[in-house]
Design a protein around this ligand. Sequence first.
Ligand SMILES: NC(=O)c1ccc[n+]([C@@H]2O[C@H](COP(=O)([O-])OP(=O)(O)OC[C@H]3O[C@@H](n4cnc5c(N)ncnc54)[C@H](OP(=O)(O)O)[C@@H]3O)[C@@H](O)[C@H]2O)c1
Length: 333
Amino acid sequence: MDRFPAVVAAGPGPAGLVELGEEDLPAGSVTIEVSHSSLNYKDGLAVTGTGKVIRSFPLTCGIDLAGTVRSSIDPAWRPGDAVLATGCGLGETHPGGYTTLQRVPGEWLVRIPDRLDARRAMALGTAGFTAMLAARAIEGGASGDDGHSAGGDGEVLVTGAGGGVGSVAVAVLSRLGYRVVASTGRPELHGYLTGLGAAEIIGRAGLGTSPVRPLQPERWRGVVDTVGGTILANALAQSRRDGVVAACGLAGSSDLATTVFPFILRGVRLAGVDSVWRPAGERLTTWTQLAEVLPGEVIDGFSTVEPMSAIAGLAGRVLGGEIRGRVVIDTAR
Ligand SMILES: NC(=O)c1ccc[n+]([C@@H]2O[C@H](COP(=O)([O-])OP(=O)(O)OC[C@H]3O[C@@H](n4cnc5c(N)ncnc54)[C@H](OP(=O)(O)O)[C@@H]3O)[C@@H](O)[C@H]2O)c1
């Protein structure tokens, strides 16, 4: 019987590279030859064992996967189909994508859009999916019912712009026509972010002022926030009337100290983004949009490919905020 490599957390603490057999695969209707996964902040927590990401041990890490169906008892999928899965408990409660073979329930799978392949799908991964969900929330707020024209109207802010969610958000929102202002703590990324479509770069410190004045001059039509804390509180206080602030992450802090004033005096909407559990229809629509909005060469511009054997070092770097854009994990190396 085939043996294959996988990054497994045997218990609390760091995960390691081991060999598994087919008998180790979980229950599920579709078996996938996984060619690529990706590196997300949550993967960094899981692989280093520093966050309570994994709920039962032992567990294969990796919250994303992409590859080809090897076998299926789900009539929706056939051998050879190109598929991806993100979230749905992968790498948290169900064995994940840091492996070359995995089995999942068929309803978690999304067909890889024609314009993408497995590598580019994972260059987007959970981070890209999250960025598109946030962009959709902002677009929904620009539906026209509230006096704003739909799409591409006004300035949007992306925080933690040099990271995975941030980089994809900059690329997506600029292609949707918005004037994107990217906030980063890394001045060396200015050229990179401008290349992705940012019209203006502001330093992280500029948004981090404390105490936060509850209502500041109105600027943002929309915000994609990956950082939380004081930066999110300031973004709310600077949002324009009926602006939408999509709260995606906590790279800086899980705290949020704000007032009700942006909500009751400016109609600002705080939109939560949860990428893990989305209905199948929304997942397909969101992936289709991602593939339509982002040309392949743009995806290649914010992503690099690394071998799965390097995962321990990569996990530490993503937690340290040192990764630029997205890292695809080549599971075969
Ligand atoms: N809601 C969801 O479903 C969902 C999905 C995916 C990710 N997330 C969350 O979104 C966040 C970003 O994920 P990611 O995969 O994009 O991670 P990432 O690639 O590590 O990016 C995070 C970025 O945040 C900034 N940052 C890091 N530490 C910071 C600090 N102490 N203060 C202020 N900014 C800081 C850095 O950007 P600069 O260097 O450019 O400043 C860093 O590149 C994480 O909290 C993650 O858990 C949530």
